[in-house]
Design a protein around this ligand. Sequence first.
Ligand code: HEM
Length: 198
Amino acid sequence: MNASTEKQLQNSLMLRLKQATAAEHDRMEQLMQQSQVFASEKNYAQFTLSQYYFQKDVEHLYQNPQVSALIPDLDIRGRSEAALQDLADLKLQPQQQVIVTDAIEYPQSLGWIYVSEGSTLGAAFLFKEAQAQFGFSADFAARNLAAYPEGRAVVWKRFKQAIDEAGFNDAEQELIIEGALQGFKRFGDLLADLHNLK
Ligand code: HEM
């Protein structure tokens, strides 16, 4: 393999991530449909709780200096604070402090962050639905689904670029994909248990 082909393969990590997690993404959509997230404010509040717990898990990974070196704009990412405010609007208080990512290392952590950042894209649809069904907004109960101030696409593109330009080798890429699958599994577990979350 010549240097240029090798570089192209390395650059396609974001594509690999998308392909390797496509089935998990489908599963998330199905789980969300099954749990009828928009059927009632109660269900929507439980969904917001799942977002809150997942965001706490992901933001815990921001503390790793290798992560912040690679993704310098972490301070604008992460939606746990927004989700917490939404929960207050919805009169719900998280009862748990559990973080499941204590043992997650670099570079798997980047896979988790991929799941969280990618979910901001689908959140555009969810935001519209929260507006249409309940009249929620970026200022009330749907802050965590709102676009970043710069816009979803710009922030996503910057994330993609950071990941693709880092030049991870194949073994590292495998670990990042492993991390993404772990992230999807965690969110899937939260969704599957949505109505029992406290
Ligand atoms: C009903 C629920 C959902 C819908 C309708 C949805 C929809 C979408 C859409 C349309 C995109 C592609 C946007 C684009 O390429 O411009 C996308 C991307 C993505 N979504 Fe979702 N999504 C949903 C739930 C989720 C959940 C629960 C997660 C994870 C917790 C998630 C993670 C991702 C990721 C990681 C990507 C990026 C894929 C890539 O690499 O390009 N999505 N979603």
